[in-house]
Design a protein around this ligand. Structure first.
Ligand SMILES: [Zn+2]
Length: 96
């Protein structure tokens, strides 16, 4: 295994652990999707800076923000669909 492959595997492991921690499925009501999940940042203000980060910095932020309850899981379809209104739709909702 090359160091690139090892690094990639480690990233996927961290991502998988965080996914499991967040419930392992899309938060959209009625959606039970467990594949193609993406991390949705519910704090829209800080989201715009994230493009510049590499994946290690980004996953670190995902982990920290997940602790604050600022990250939720969405399947690709619902992530795209909800966009910037997600935080409004999920206000007061208990994390699973
Ligand atoms: Zn979904």
């Amino acid at each position: 295994m090359t160091s690139t492959q090892r690094s990639k595997a480690m990233y996927h492991r961290r991502r998988a652990a965080l996914t499991a921690k967040l419930g392992g499925k899309c938060v959209h009501p009625g959606c039970e999707t467990t594949e193609w999940l993406e991390f949705h940042h519910t704090d829209n203000e800080s989201r715009r800076h994230w493009r510049k980060m590499n994946r290690w910095t980004r996953i670190k932020h995902y982990e920290l923000d997940a602790e604050q309850g600022m990250i939720e899981l969405r399947c690709h379809a619902h992530h795209t669909k909800v966009g910037n209104n997600a935080h409004k739709n999920n206000k007061g909702k208990d994390p699973a």
